[in-house]
Design a protein around this ligand. Structure first.
Ligand code: EPZ
Length: 425
């Protein structure tokens, strides 16, 4: 087990870059099942979750191959005409987004046996809307022994109206609809940039999708799709995390490849805290003040403030001048980082979905424990600011969504290193 040790040592400065987007790569890799042949994906981040998705497809009979060295972000995947349409529990339980193979398997092979993903640290993470959407396209769904058993001779176009906005639910139904017979309308669809990116890739494969990025997506089913060569968009959450590293240390960082339109609410929030955030030719630059001002924050579905940036902003606001009120509206248990930030001297009280953050001038380094992906990023950010040494344990959480974050931060001047931590429980 690894840990990351950070000693706060002043402003971070320089140029870094955002890697490919994890939450775009995951559905895009699953979509390869829709088109037999050899796909090439570029800017594929080297992350545990992404590698797990390739493993899921390989267990079905695909052959993924990540190139080496400088080309390690290129992955080819050969999809045979016939696969074993099953995603086993031992893989799905480690990465719930494996449920994204449901739609493509049903669309192309007429059946799928996928383990129920189960919950995770931040919430119950049900998939009822995924199943409701697939049933609206004619799928017969049974739940047995912890598995979703789905069948459909041929999916038929229909109207899918989600009861709540779901990113992977929208993506699953979208991937099912592209080979369904006739027209599908997806209403109350998620509008995240990763949904738009998936639609872009599917259209490149020969699908007929319009309206992705809005709350109604129209799909006209086609009979066949072909493999693609596609470079994945930059990770807006990693980019936002790196911008907060400048804000929390009073530094000055340019994050290359970051797309401003994908991060607007985050950029506005950082400006409201007193950061100077500018859009440059090839990225976004953040210059932090010596101490940020408190601001209130509510997470919402896109284009609102992203829940995946809540923990990172909380670390920043824990150091602010004044009191901030944070409301987490998407997940029921996404304050696991609070107890750990408190160990570093943060003054935060949680009442249900609301966290009141009274800023303190200086956090103090301490041994802390990562509990989930974005919580671990929040603790690393707090460590960059804190007086003294912070050891973040269980960084396997971090490795699920950040490509060697400590290397990027070290290159910006951070005193940070990864250590073996056998004692880390
Ligand atoms: C995606 O998760 C992201 N993961 C999450 O990122 C992100 O936090 C989330 O969207 C919200 O933006 C990937 O894209 C792989 P949801 P997803 O379905 O699709 C409820 C990270 O840190 N819901 O949009 O699983 C659900 O309980 C991860 O990178 C149902 O009730 O999230 C939640 O309260 C964490 N029934 C809300 O909707 C359903 O069938 C939003 O969930 C589906 C969802």
């Amino acid at each position: 087990m690894d840990a990351i040790v950070i000693t706060g040592n002043g402003p971070l400065e320089g140029v870094t870059h955002a890697s490919g987007a994890k939450n775009a790569a995951l559905p895009i890799i699953a979509s390869a099942l829709l088109a037999p042949g050899e796909h090439t994906f570029r800017n594929v981040p080297e992350l545990v979750d992404v590698n797990t998705m390739f493993k899921v497809l390989d267990t079905m009979g695909c052959e993924s191959h990540r190139l080496e060295g400088k080309k390690k972000n290129i992955v080819t995947i050969k999809v045979p005409t016939n696969v074993t349409p099953e995603a086993p529990y031992d893989l799905v339980r480690t990465m719930r987004a494996s449920v994204l193979v449901l739609g493509p398997l049903l669309a192309r092979y007429g059946r799928a046996r996928v383990s129920m993903p189960g919950g995770c640290a931040i919430g119950a993470r049900p998939i009822d809307q995924h199943l409701k959407g697939l049933q609206a396209l004619g799928a017969e769904i049974e739940l047995s022994e912890g598995y979703v058993e789905a069948r459909a001779k041929r999916l038929k176009g229909g109207v899918v109206t989600f009861d709540c906005i779901t990113v992977t639910g929208t993506e699953n139904v979208l991937m099912a609809a592209v080979l369904a017979k006739g027209r599908t309308l997806i209403e109350n669809a998620a509008k995240e940039p990763e949904v738009e990116e998936l639609a872009r890739v599917l259209n490149k494969m020969g699908a007929q999708i319009s309206g992705a990025g809005s709350d109604v997506i129209t799909v006209d089913g086609v009979d066949d799709l072909h493999p693609v060569d596609h470079a994945i968009i930059a990770d807006r959450i990693e980019a936002g995390t790196l911008l907060v590293a400048a804000a929390i240390t009073g530094g000055d960082i340019l994050v290359k490849h970051a797309v401003p339109e994908h991060l607007e609410p985050v950029l506005q929030k950082l400006r409201a805290t007193g950061c100077i955030v500018t859009v440059e030719a090839d990225g976004i630059r953040c210059k932090g003040p010596s101490r940020v001002q408190a601001v209130d924050l509510k997470t919402q579905e896109h284009p609102g403030f992203p829940t995946d940036m809540q923990a990172q902003l909380m670390a920043l606001l824990a150091t602010a001048n004044g009191t901030s009120v944070i409301t987490e509206n998407i997940f029921e248990n996404r304050y696991m980082h609070v107890a750990e930030l408190r160990r570093m001297g943060a003054d935060i009280t949680v009442d249900g979905h609301t966290a009141v953050v009274r800023g303190t001038a200086r956090l103090s380094g301490a041994p802390v424990m990562a509990t989930d992906l974005r919580a671990s990023a929040s603790l690393v950010l707090a460590g960059l600011h804190a007086e003294g040494k912070t050891k973040v344990g269980r960084v396997y959480h971090l490795d699920r969504g950040y490509e060697r974050l400590e290397k990027k931060l070290k290159a910006l001047g951070a005193n940070i290193r990864r250590i073996k931590d056998p004692g880390g429980t």
